[in-house]
Design a protein around this ligand. Sequence first.
Ligand SMILES: [Zn+2]
Length: 219
Amino acid sequence: MASAPLRSCIGCRTVRPKAELVRVHAAQGGVVAVDLDGGPGRGAYLCPRRACVEQAVRRGEFSRHLKVALTSPGVDALQELIQERASRKVVSLLGLARRARKVVSGSGAVESAVKRHSARLVLIAADASSRSVGTIRALTARSGIACHTRLAKEELGAAVGGAPRSCVAVIDPHVAAAVLSVLAKIPAETEAGGSPRVEAIDPTSRAAPRRFGGDPAWE
Ligand SMILES: [Zn+2]
């Protein structure tokens, strides 16, 4: 693999692969905007850690790096903006996956996908009752399937085109990896870096079941 492009974080100044960092740019009206897909023009980069966001805000790094006078965003506002962008992107990835029949939803379908090991990533609604998703949570932990709690029932439902859902399973490893990389950009509270909400499991690392393997749509 060619070496990945590197950028340094404007908070902690650590150099990391660009793909692991959150890009910000100056939007019209002198405000800081967040890009999760990169973008044109001058950008600045942040680790997905709250501590880095705080450092950058405290030192006024945004104006300095983006070379324009900017209204310095508050830490919470910036954190919310990144979360909102990430949620929106996950919803759109799930929508695409649904059209390609790469997701299942509802506790019954998700539970059987987990038991069959066809689930590569399980998303549990943050507002789901523990009674409805307790078994699924335990099963994913036991089978080493990545499990994430971030979106609300309403958002999960809208993403897969229907009524609110307590859980969704992604059954394609490439879609699962794409969703996880977006979720990993949400600044974590931890000082140690990385996100405590995402288990460090690469959904593409296990051998894909034959029926999902080599699908050109997601290569
Ligand atoms: Zn940093």
